[in-house]
Design a protein around this ligand. Structure first.
Ligand code: BG6
Length: 477
């Protein structure tokens, strides 16, 4: 289908995973820099954030490549520890602000709408060590102060803002998502409840800070949406899938959009004896922010299939085991996976769009969608990533169907990602870019940029407003 003229096309990147330059120009270490990953071969932290894709020094070249692809929007993140290296001392690093200002100017010059994410795995490490991150209310205020500085500086240049990356995944990766680790003796439900509330409050305060500077700004929170299916039509599997869907997908936006905690969650906590006494003022902040939300941003990579845990009869125990997918995730026999076991399900994107729109009636913005592949560079510097093209073909087609056949309102589509970078587990080998970055997990590589086949394909898609999804003839690349 031909998408509307105003539809935003582009891609997204998390700067902390791409920049490198991790101690340059006054930047402080953050939770991702210090994340140690043990790979199977026993090595840890293979590709480190001191270099990553060296986007810190290549951003002009990278933006020129985005312009060449015809992007009309680009989502990136302003690294918290580059602006406020420690985070709690009120000291702002002007060099950090100047760096992102230049990036924004470069985008505007290229005719690309900046979409700014405010926290994407980049909390100052100091806040993790001293406060246990978002487990501590003080960190919510540090974050709000940080956002106020950024909103003030860029109010006339940035229209689209995303307050917090994938805040629904806090139990999967509390360290990088929220700078937190579970205090000893605390159960999953309590840990989840505290982090949920503090990140919602942080989001709400960010919305208010941005709107204070510019009431015309377009603001959203953001979550990772994975379409959830029951493994079978057995009522127990259906019930299990409904529970996982509520906690993983619905809860974050239910609070954000309605400005209150849904009854299913309050009941869930009460049944587990979780003390959840929130000050009235904080609830009011969440309520006020909910009235200012302009759209809903989400990432979509895969769908998940859920079955009720075998042999467990107690309904509460079933929920405990299902919480955030600890048990009950099963392989879907109808879809393929990539090398990392992520289920490739283009129609799941349509399902996500339909469900989100039916539930919230807000314009949607797909701000991440892509596939990790161990791309190989040929001797003549080419990458034949037809698998990536096939992935995108399916997802864009289904996005069109959601719009055209189901009446879903969609603002734009941002692929993940313009260039290769370190995965959330710091793996360079898991590549997502339209542009190959010559950098490897052993620290070698020239950092040169090479256009993959998908680069030219996506360029064609954008030029045709999403109408021409056909793969390229062999001779074109
Ligand atoms: C999203 C994150 O969860 O998924 C990104 O917002 C991340 O930062 C992306 O890179 C893909 O996940 P991974 O683990 O393959 O990097």
């Amino acid at each position: 289908m031909k998408f509307p003229k105003a539809f935003l096309w582009g891609a997204a990147l998390s700067n902390v995973q791409a920049e490198g330059g991790y101690l340059e120009d006054g930047k402080g270490l953050n939770v991702y820099d210090t994340l140690e990953v043990d790979f199977e071969n026993g090595q840890s932290t293979l590709s480190d954030t001191s270099v990553a894709a060296d986007h810190y020094h290549h951003y002009k070249e990278d933006i020129a490549l985005m312009k060449e692809m015809g992007f009309t929007a680009y989502r990136f993140s302003i690294v918290w520890s580059r602006i406020h290296p420690l985070g709690d001392d009120g000291k702002t690093n002007e060099a950090g602000l100047a760096y992102y200002e230049d990036m924004i100017d470069e985008l505007l010059k290229a005719g690309i709408e900046p979409v700014v994410s405010l926290v994407h795995f980049d909390m100052p490490d100091h806040l993790r060590i001293q406060y246990n991150g978002f487990m501590d209310r003080h960190v919510v205020d540090f974050y709000a102060d940080h956002v106020a500085v950024i909103a003030k500086r860029f109010k006339n240049k940035v229209k689209y803002w995303i307050t917090y990356n994938e805040m629904n995944t806090i139990l999967f990766g509390p360290r990088v998502i929220a700078g937190a680790c579970r205090p000893e003796g605390m159960g999953d439900a309590q840990f989840h409840a505290i982090l949920t509330h503090h990140t919602q409050l942080a989001h709400a305060k960010a919305v208010l800070a941005i709107k204070k500077e510019n009431p015309e700004a377009m603001v959203s929170g953001m979550e990772a949406y994975s379409s959830i299916y029951p493994l079978t039509c057995h009522p127990e599997d259906v019930q299990a899938a409904r529970f996982v869907d509520n906690i993983s997908n619905n809860l974050t936006f239910d609070i954000m959009v309605n400005g209150e905690y849904p009854n299913y969650y309050l009941t869930y906590l009460k049944k587990r004896g979780v003390h959840f006494d929130i000050p009235q003022k904080e609830l009011e902040t969440i309520k006020s922010a909910s009235k200012m939300l302009d759209f809903l941003a989400f990432s979509y990579y895969l769908s998940s299939t859920v079955a009720s845990p075998k042999g467990v009869r107690d309904p509460m125990e079933i929920q405990n085991r299902l919480l955030m997918g600890k048990q009950g995730r099963e392989a879907n026999p109808y879809v393929k996976t990539n090398e990392w076991g992520w289920q490739i399900d283009p129609m799941g994107l349509r399902y996500a769009l339909d469900k989100l729109y039916e539930r919230y009636h807000k314009p949607l913005f797909i701000v991440e969608n892509g596939i990790g592949i161990d791309d190989k560079l040929t001797e003549d510097h080419k990458v034949y990533d037809d698998e990536r093209i096939a992935y995108y073909q399916g997802h864009i087609k289904n996005m069109g169907d959601a719009m055209e056949l189901d009446g879903v309102e969609i603002l734009g589509y941002l692929a993940w990602s313009p260039i290769d970078f370190l995965s959330s587990h710091k793996e360079m080998r898991k590549r997502y870019g339209f542009v190959f970055v010559d950098r490897y997990d052993d620290g070698t590589g020239t950092l040169a940029r090479y256009k993959k086949k998908s680069f030219y394909w996506y360029k064609k898609v954008i030029a045709s407003q999403g109408e021409d999804l056909s793969n390229l003839e062999k001779t074109v690349y």
